[in-house]
Design a protein around this ligand. Sequence first.
Ligand code: KMH
Ligand code: ZN
Length: 272
Amino acid sequence: MEKLIITAALTGAEVTREHNPNLPLTAAEIGEAAYECYRAGAAMVHLHVRKEDGSPTQDAAYFKAAIEQIRSRCDIIVQTSTGGAVGMSAEERLQPVYLKPEMATLTTGTVNFGDDVFYNPPEYLEKFARAMQEQGVKPEIEVFEVGMINNALYLARKGLIEEPMHYDFVMGVPGGIPATLKNLLHLAESLPPGSTWTVAGVGRHELPMATAAILLGGHVRVGFEDNIYYEKGVLAESNAQLVERVAHIARLHYREIATPDEARQILRLRRK
Ligand code: KMH
Ligand code: ZN
């Protein structure tokens, strides 16, 4: 099996300090959290940023500040969000792509998202894929429902994304695909050969989906964006604590952990 790529989704757009007081919010806190996750075995961070009042923003200046803080500490892969927060416009969401990060997310379909709608119509998909192609940014396809795989393949057939693609199965969002082993297998088996995938199980589904991915040869995403608990009723102390546990489970199963450069090779990233 390939070495395991662990992605840390440090901050997200929805979680607040009221949910978990250890949530990193400022550029310096994000930089420090990324470094701790890197030390614990993460090869990549999935990045969202916040304004001074803690609200989510896609403003490139905030991303630039956070990326500088990360870069001054380690060479972890930075993957910026283009999902942002529900209700943001396409232009707003696309801003960090123009900083030319190594990767950015691309959600290939609309999905209910709790009481909201995460809006990704066909027009957005082409616009986002085109912008990433022009900027030389590799997309990570965010899959909240199985049909989103076909939408990504359609973009590849149109020449807007290079294959093989890398996917993130986001499982257990209220409104999206439930986080079951059967669904995870179905998603993984729906990908063309040569694709790579990771799984982000939401809330209590984080650990079982991560463990399954380790055994199946997939990769893993953990972090406060997806889950704020270490165990039932016990808040996680840090993102790194969640990364450390996944790395430990992987080692128990003789699955080695990828460094950022090994992850770059697995994902065929051109180092910037
Ligand atoms: N915050 C969610 C609405 C992404 O980063 O690409 C979307 C999201 C996905 O977090
Ligand atoms: Zn995100």
